[in-house]
Structure formats: structure tokens, C-alpha cells
Design a binder for this molecule. Structure first.
Ligand SMILES: Cc1cc2nc3c(=O)[nH]c(=O)nc-3n(C[C@H](O)[C@H](O)[C@H](O)COP(=O)(O)OP(=O)(O)OC[C@H]3O[C@@H](n4cnc5c(N)ncnc54)[C@H](O)[C@@H]3O)c2cc1C
Length: 462
């Protein structure tokens, strides 16, 4: 068991915690990062399964994610574009697969007009409300007390249009059913990516990947931090002093005990209560944290001897709001001769297939992909389901959002430190919310806040 004395202890070696630690260390403070798992990277994890390199967690980078793009550059990591040549596939309300090109689904003109109307409304709200303080906008309560499902139907009676627009935020981003979160939460998601239109444009939001995998960001940051990162060390208890802000914290983990002046909880909010705080956190945090939960999505990887869909002029991009696998993309690795598809089974559909045995689930998922791309999809060489819901130190995917009414009620306090305890994760970001970019932004922001306080606070032992 290590006994360490540091200025700041960071709980969690995901991109947010590692960024915060790096910034603090650069500024001259001493740090320790305690990580529960036997690896760094958190929800980014580049693994090898049956000889295939898979992005088990976060992978895509979009052009608005400028902080991540800058960091990739600084770390010497290269990116490459997602394969997108050829026609896409769409399965609409009639269940018939249709090939199409361009940005719009091949729907009838009425449905298209309704989708355009809903898109314009959401773009307008995202621009007006923004991602920084959505809870402070005059419309916050009104939008936060109606589910996204009902908000869509309040503005359109076209069910296919509502389902298609709902897909981009519900199944596609928050990975919760559209009845489980508010219209305000949907607006935050859109604003955090620059606009709702960005979320509907897969060539924007899923633009590029990192050569060698996204986890390298965390691996390289951890390499710089060296022995200051301690793995296999789930933090169990944080003893802190409410009166002496920033001066005295004792963080107890399985691998190390750290005495520090500040602590950063760089874990998703649903895991805060895994740590015993002594004294307990205030009422406000106790309540707020119970309203932040992770969604659920199965990221499915299927690797084939070759990218067979390309031979028939298909890009591998497929959408079907009513399909079990509601999105499919060509996820072939840089320089790989094999072809990889990635698909997503979200929220209630994920619940349903988790009721099945592994073989039956695999068959149902591959049949859904084959519904878009043909029978060759049924026989991958490698098949893998990323099951983040079963990961003790995450418990869902992709990230956390408030339940209905929670964002306007609690949002203003989600960043507020409690004495020496600060909060940092992509789940709390404005720009880049739920993404690696947001995790890095939050890490920098939290480090800057601590540096400001540390300048005037009395060092431990003084
Ligand atoms: C399947 C999937 C696909 C995704 N796709 C994308 C994508 O394409 N693009 C994108 O930008 N983002 C994507 N994301 C989201 C992105 O990965 C996350 O937003 C990002 O990793 C969050 O970083 P973080 O540092 O805030 O939290 P995390 O990455 O979750 O890191 C938190 C760390 O804290 C550790 N921890 C938890 N509790 C404790 C404890 N008590 N003690 C010590 N350590 C603890 C965890 O083990 C973890 O390492 C995806 C996520 C998933 C799961």
C-alpha cells in the first residue's frame, strides 16, 4: 500500500482526469491519479479481440471537437476519415430496405418536410439556448418538463418523422428512450455539438478516427505522468474537512492512501455514490446525483475477411429507427484489408436482446445488420459486443444525462465544488458533452479552477 502526499488527487484515469492531472503538473502542483481498473482510458478502450483491433469504447472525432484535435496533434497522433464512399441504406416504417445517397433519408415528401421542420426548430433552440447554461434560459423549465418523445409529437403528427428525428438524440446519443429525458436535455445535446444538424450528419459527427485507436490519448497522457498514475486502486473513502477549503483531504483506495489539498472526482456522476464521503456530501449533491444516469447501448463489432458491402457500391452506412440495430457504419481500421462493421443496439432494444442467450442475441443482431447489407453480414470472422452496462466502473454507455426535469432543477450546481472536492467528466461538459473532447475540456477547466484557488490557499502543513 502506497502512502502519498500530493497537492491534488484525481479519482479516475479517463481522458478527463488525466488531462486535469497533466495541466496541474505542468503548472507546478504535485498530483496522483488513482484508477480503479488495471488500465487507463475509462470509456475509451482499444482492444484486440480474436486478432482484430476494436474500438470497444469512444472512437470518432468531429470537426467541432477542436480541443481533442489539438491534443491529438500535440501527442503526435494521426487521424483518418471514416469510409463513406457509395450508397447508404435506409429502412423506414414499411420495413423495406432502400439505397440512397446524400444527407436526407429516402422518405416521402411530407415526411421530409416534417423532418426539416423539426430540424429547424431544434437548430433554433440549440442556437438560442446554447450548451453552457441551458438551465438558466427562460424556456428551461417549459422544455425540461416535457419528454423529447412528446415534444416531437407536439410539433409533428408524422410518426416516421418523429422517430427519425428522435433517433439522432435518443438511440443515437443519450441512448435512452425519448420518453425518458426532456426536450431541454435534447437541446443541450444538439448545442454541445454546434447544432442539431451536426448530429444528423454522420459525415460531420462521425468524421474521423485515430490511427491506432482513441485509447492512445489516455495512454500517452498517463505515460507523461509516470508513477503518479496508480492502477488497480478503486477509491473507497474520501475524508475531507468542510471548514478548511482546499487544505486537507485523505483519499483511501485499494492501492494507495493520498493526503492532498484537493480532490477531483473524474468519474461519471452515476459512480459518485460508490465512494464514501466523510462527512457526507450536502443534501443538494445527494439529490442531484440520483437524477444523473447513464444510458445503455450495445456497440457491436463484426469483422469480415473483406469489406464485402463496398463491392456492391455500399458505404456500410445504414439507418433504421425501427430496426434492432438502428445504425451501422463501416469501421474498417486504418490500413486493414479486412472489413469491419460497427452497429448500435440502444436502450429498450438492448434490454430486449439482453434477455436472450448469447447465441440467440448474436443471431438477432447479425440478422438485423443483414437486413441492411445482405446475407454475407451473417458470417463475420470476429464478432464482439461492447457491454459497458456490465462494467463495474462505468455501468452504461455512452454517458450520463438527467432524468425528466433534472437538468433545469440541478444543472446550475453540477460544477460547484464541495469544499476541496471538484467534479470533472465529459458528462458535465458543455461543448463536447458526452464526448472525449468534452472530457478534455472539463479536465482543463477543473484544473484551472483549482489553480486559481491553490494560489491563495495555504499549503497543507503550513
Ligand atoms: C461504447 C462507447 C462509444 C463511445 N463513442 C464515442 C465516440 O465515438 N466519440 C467520443 O468522443 N466519445 C465517445 N464515447 C464517450 C467517451 O468515451 C467518454 O465521453 C469519455 O471517455 C469520458 O471520459 P471521462 O474521463 O469523463 O470518463 P471515463 O472515460 O469514464 O473515465 C473515468 C475513469 O474513472 C475510473 N473510476 C470510476 N470510479 C472510480 C473509483 N471509485 N476510483 C478510481 N477510479 C474510478 C474508471 O475506471 C474510468 O477509468 C463513447 C463511449 C462509449 C462507452
Amino acid at each position: 500500500m502506497l502512502n502519498l502526499n500530493r497537492d491534488v488527487v484525481v479519482v479516475g484515469a479517463g481522458p478527463s482526469g488525466l488531462t486535469a492531472a497533466r495541466e496541474l503538473k505542468k503548472a507546478g502542483l504535485t498530483v496522483a491519479v488513482l484508477e480503479a481498473r488495471d488500465r487507463v482510458g475509462g470509456r475509451t478502450w482499444t482492444g484486440t479481440v480474436d486478432g482484430a483491433m476494436l474500438e470497444i469504447g469512444g472512437q470518432w472525432v468531429s470537426p467541432d471537437q477542436t480541443v481533442l484535435l489539438e491534443l491529438l496533434d500535440e501527442l503526435g497522433l494521426q487521424t483518418y476519415p471514416r469510409y463513406r464512399e457509395g450508397e447508404s441504406m435506409y429502412i423506414g416504417a414499411d420495413g423495406v430496405p432502400v439505397r440512397y445517397t446524400g444527407d436526407s433519408f429516402p422518405v416521402d415528401p411530407d415526411t421530409q418536410a416534417e423532418m426539416d421542420k423539426l430540424t429547424a426548430l431544434l437548430d433554433g433552440l440549440a442556437a438560442e439556448i446554447g450548451a453552457t447554461e441551458p438551465w438558466a434560459h427562460p424556456k428551461a423549465r417549459e422544455l425540461d418538463t416535457i419528454s423529447f418523445h412528446h415534444w416531437l409529437r407536439q410539433h409533428s403528427s408524422n410518426e416516421e418523422a418523429c422517430n427519425n428525428i428522435g433517433l439522432f438524440i435518443a438511440g443515437g446519443m443519450l441512448t435512452k428512450p425519448a420518453h425518458a429525458f426532456s426536450a431541454l436535455q435534447a437541446v443541450l445535446m444538439a448545442a454541445s455539438a454546434g447544432s442539431f444538424t451536426h448530429l444528423t450528419d454522420e459525415d460531420f459527427i462521425l468524421d474521423r478516427r485515430v490511427v491506432g485507436g482513441m485509447q492512445q490519448v489516455s495512454l500517452l497522457l498517463a505515460q507523461e505522468l509516470g508513477d503518479d498514475v496508480v492502477l488497480n486502486s478503486p477509491v473507497r473513502t474520501i475524508n475531507w474537512h468542510p471548514e478548511t477549503e482546499g487544505h486537507s483531504v485523505k483519499v483511501v483506495s485499494d492501492g494507495a492512501t493520498v493526503n492532498a489539498r484537493f480532490v477531483i472526482m473524474a468519474v461519471p456522476p452515476n459512480l459518485y455514490s460508490r465512494v464514501s464521503f466523510n462527512p457526507p456530501l450536502p443534501r443538494r449533491q445527494h439529490q442531484m446525483h440520483q437524477h444523473q444516469s447513464l444510458g445503455l447501448v450495445i456497440k457491436v463489432h463484426a469483422v469480415y475477411s473483406r469489406p464485402f458491402w463496398r463491392n456492391s457500391g455500399l458505404s456500410g452506412t445504414c439507418f433504421g429507427a425501427g430496426s434492432l440495430v438502428q445504425e451501422v457504419y463501416d469501421n474498417t481500421n486504418f490500413g486493414d484489408t479486412r472489413g469491419t462493421l460497427v452497429g448500435f443496439v440502444s436502450d429498450e432494444k438492448a434490454d430486449a436482446v439482453f434477455e436472450l442467450g448469447a447465441e440467440e442475441r448474436r443471431r438477432a443482431i447479425l440478422e438485423s445488420i443483414a437486413g441492411f447489407l445482405g446475407a454475407e453480414a451473417l458470417e463475420p470472422e470476429v464478432y464482439y459486443e461492447s457491454d459497458w452496462g456490465s462494467e463495474e466502473w462505468t455501468r452504461g454507455a455512452y454517458a450520463s444525462s438527467y432524468d425528466l426535469g433534472g437538468l433545469h432543477r440541478y444543472g446550475k450546481d453540477q460544477h460547484a465544488p464541495v469544499g476541496p472536492i471538484y467534479w470533472s467528466s465529459s458528462d458535465l461538459a458543455a461543448e463536447g458533452y458526452q464526448h472525449v473532447d468534452g472530457a478534455i475540456r472539463m479536465g482543463r477547466h477543473t484544473a484551472a479552477r483549482i489553480l486559481e484557488v491553490a494560489r491563495v490557499a495555504v499549503p497543507a502543513g503550513a
